[in-house]
Design a binder for this molecule. Structure first.
Ligand code: MG
Ligand code: MG
Length: 288
């Protein structure tokens, strides 16, 4: 069987820009709707409308057996939550994951938000901190990719960062856990491609980071044990000890002029600025 290179050509890279933009727009729409009383199914329908209006297809619907546009994972659900009708409640920590396929190319991205709850400020504070740390791990991972020689430097940097956010009272990195059952991935013609993108240190260097590499980096961080189980719906991944979970993800392209975060409206400029990394736009191809 022909194995496609993990490195895309300049024309292929430019073909992925629109899928990233449509993914970002769909998730922004979903994000704007997360208020108490709204339901995950409301978000799902809105995200699908945005993707189809742009001429794309929700790529999660291309996964065998999955019929929705988004995964919406609440509280101790980490990833792969099926959108349902239970309304969001004050204090919920909500992770939303989605992607668009446009012209045969894919985007994939996720974010977490915490709903305000004046009656449970300590719960909101700890969940907000969990999401902040997870998002910070993502941007650190992307910044690391911008300078890395080999892909697995990304996971090593994220793990080191999470250890630094460990429990000061014990001096150890036990406050947060990084899921090891699920990892990031290459992305292109398919949503899930080689190579795997680890969120933690591994003993292999991974492929060379060079122009044409496009990966979805997606740390999944929990407030307790990293043990998970899959609910009876056969999709939703949940923490075994009931601890909270957060999930942030972006699709990122390495190209001749640098990196570009395909699923961030600004290419990642704001998220990368604290790391001294400036993303470079991908030149659009003028296809015949
Ligand atoms: Mg995703
Ligand atoms: Mg992904």
């Amino acid at each position: 069987m022909f194995r496609r290179s993990i490195y895309k050509s300049p024309v292929e890279l430019s073909s992925m820009v629109t899928a990233g933009e449509v993914t970002a727009a769909a998730l922004a729409e979903a994000r704007s709707m997360i208020v108490p009383g709204a339901t995950p199914l409301d978000l799902d329908a809105a995200a699908e409308r945005v993707i189809r209006a742009a001429g794309g297809r929700p790529n999660f619907q291309l996964v065998p057996g999955y019929r929705h546009t988004l995964c919406v994972s609440v509280d101790d659900d980490v990833v792969h939550g099926i959108p349902g009708e239970r309304p969001f409640r004050p204090g919920d920590i909500v992770s939303v994951d989605g992607g668009a396929e446009v012209d045969g190319w894919n985007g994939d991205s996720a974010f977490t938000v915490v709903l305000p709850d004046p009656e449970r400020p300590e719960v909101v504070a700890s969940r907000t901190e969990l999401s902040r740390v997870t998002e910070q791990a993502l941007w650190l991972g992307i910044a690391t990719l911008a300078r890395a020689r080999h892909l697995n430097e990304v996971g090593a940097a994220m793990e080191e960062y999470l250890e630094s956010e460990g429990d000061p009272s014990t001096g150890s990195g036990h406050r947060y856990g990084v899921l090891t059952d699920y990892v990031g991935h290459g992305i292109g013609r398919s949503m899930h491609e080689e190579p795997p993108v680890f969120n933690y240190r591994v003993d292999r260097r991974g492929p060379a980071v060079k122009p044409g590499l496009v990966v979805a980096i997606e740390p999944m961080i929990v407030g307790g044990s990293i043990d998970t189980f899959t609910r009876d719906d056969e999709w939703t991944v949940t923490t075994s000890d009931g601890s909270d979970a957060a999930h942030w993800e972006h699709s990122v392209a390495v190209h001749a002029d640098g990196i570009w975060v395909l699923t961030a409206p600004d290419g990642g400029a704001a998220g990368l600025a604290p790391f001294g990394v400036r993303p470079s736009p991908i030149a659009r191809s003028s296809r015949p």
